[in-house]
Design a binder for this molecule. Structure first.
Ligand SMILES: Cc1cc2nc3c(=O)[nH]c(=O)nc-3n(C[C@H](O)[C@H](O)[C@H](O)COP(=O)(O)OP(=O)(O)OC[C@H]3O[C@@H](n4cnc5c(N)ncnc54)[C@H](O)[C@@H]3O)c2cc1C
Length: 434
């Protein structure tokens, strides 16, 4: 039974979220609008505005809904989370206000799984409360798509590990209370066993931020993505998260659900661009008619709607399969959504920019930010190409080679077989049926 409806009680929560985001959260985006500002939980002025909103979200039972109930979440399942993230996707501060900001959400899951009791007390509780923020430090300057080129290494020294190396684009490091760092612990091992994961408190000596890179259009040195030098960073043996050599096991914990939520947030941004396009079409008058009467505008709006719907169904179906416990189809869905996210956002935002003319490319509309977001979506958590390769390999797993000389859909071969079959029913020779 296919059912595309939302239960009335949960729809009421979504409706509340939509109003709350528009009226209470979007003003934060407009006033506290520095790059990565929503990660800066040390900004007292911004947090004075954010805290009461977080309290309201808690009262509504919508705080940190991605978490399992034992960690204070609601156990909503992926479909409901996807619907919530669609609403959060049009804002910068939304995830912070609702306690599901990446990478803190994934990092909390890692500590919950692998952290010691002391680490949980020091970092998990404040992270879950939204009092601190964190960083996930994996990509290196010489390459991010292929861990086999990573060089940052941790060497055992008595009861400690000593980390040395460079990391690139470690988002939020400048405001983080701790960093989760991936480092080589056995250079001779295969890639699957070469790396370990560490929890490194930010105040540990030797963590040097070389600079904070920004995204296109952001001021130099105002960025949120740190180029880091780990210079003899000494941490105790229990800073190791998970098993030695098993960093990928640890990383896996934060990926699946997170990617679906990213995709739904992308949909939220794309929907905003689409709504802006609709408004513009009926607002702007040029060459004797409104834009809404130009064929190219109608095409742009129709194509955008169809693409939004396709993408929405793709993501919700992936979420639904995860909720059904079908992890293989879920993985295929997640990879498909990850591949489509940048494409859908770029196409729809591109059309919205075009319809808004010069205003579209100006910094007076949010479309430029969405445009950069689209490009970034093709890289965050691995570039599109890696996901295409992994998805295609998965799809080819059960593919069978053709039995004969030609493909199994080869028409002459199938015709010959069909004639042979029908000649028996019809009591005719194969030649008569030719
Ligand atoms: C906004 C943003 C935030 C980020 N935050 C973090 C963070 O917090 N922590 C962190 O560790 N990293 C972070 N990253 C880094 C991100 O994970 C990397 O950008 C990504 O893994 C790609 O690595 P790279 O940038 O080094 O590109 P490269 O590895 O140099 O790849 C460049 C291009 O090469 C092509 N390519 C790569 N592999 C293949 C292939 N197998 N086949 C065909 N073509 C290929 C693709 O076109 C790819 O885009 C962030 C990135 C962005 C954009």
């Amino acid at each position: 039974m296919w059912d595309f409806s939302t239960e009335p009680e949960f729809q009421a929560k979504l409706d509340w979220m939509k109003r709350f985001i528009r009226e209470e959260v979007e003003p934060l985006d407009l006033v506290f609008d520095q790059p990565g500002h929503h990660h800066n939980v040390t900004d007292q002025r911004a947090m004075a505005a954010v805290r009461p909103l977080q309290a309201e979200v808690r009262r509504q039972g919508l705080w940190a809904c991605h978490l399992k109930p034992e960690l204070g979440g609601q156990g909503y399942g992926q479909v409901r989370l996807a619907l919530m993230n669609e609403i959060l996707g049009g804002t910068n501060w939304g995830p912070r206000v609702f306690g599901c900001q990446a990478p803190d959400s994934g990092n909390a899951e890692i500590i919950a799984h692998f952290g010691t009791e002391v680490q949980k007390q020091m970092y998990l509780q404040p992270l879950l409360q939204g009092d601190i923020t964190s960083c996930y430090s994996m990509t290196e300057p010489q390459g991010g798509s292929d861990p086999r080129v990573f060089q940052t290494a941790a060497a055992r020294d008595g009861d400690h590990w000593v980390i040395n190396g460079y990391k690139w684009f470690s988002s939020q490091a400048r405001w983080a209370s701790f960093l989760i760092v991936m480092a080589v612990t056995d250079p001779e091992a295969s890639a699957a066993d070469r790396f370990s994961m560490f929890l490194v408190p930010r105040e540990t000596p030797g963590i040097n931020i070389i600079r904070n890179s920004g995204l296109i259009g952001e001021d130099e040195e105002e960025g949120a993505h740190a180029f880091l030098h780990y210079d003899n960073v000494r941490v105790p043996a229990d800073a190791l998260l998970g098993r030695e050599g098993k960093a990928f096991e640890v990383a896996q914990v934060r990926l699946g659900g997170g990617r679906i939520h990213h995709a739904m947030r992308t949909l939220g941004a794309a929907t905003k661009a689409y709504e802006m396009m609709r408004e513009r079409a009926v607002s702007r008058f040029t060459q004797g008619s409104s834009l809404a009467r130009k064929q190219s505008t109608l095409q742009a709006i129709a194509d955008s709607y169809v693409e939004l719907m396709q993408f929405r169904l793709l993501v919700l179906h992936a979420a639904w399969t995860i909720d059904q416990g079908d992890s293989e189809t879920g993985r295929i869905g997640i990879a498909s959504a990850k591949i489509m996210s940048p494409r859908i956002l770029k196409d729809i935002v591109g059309r919205a920019i075009q319809l808004h003319g010069s205003l579209g490319v100006s910094n007076e509309l949010p479309l430029g930010q969405y445009w950069i977001k689209a490009a970034a979506q093709g890289l965050v958590d691995g570039p599109t190409e890696s996901h295409q390769i992994n998805l295609a390999k998965r799809l080819l797993r059960n593919a069978q080679p053709a039995e004969g000389m030609f493909p199994s859909e080869h028409i002459p071969s199938r015709k010959a077989a069909a004639r042979e079959k029908l000649s028996k029913y019809l009591n005719m020779s194969e030649e008569e049926l030719a």
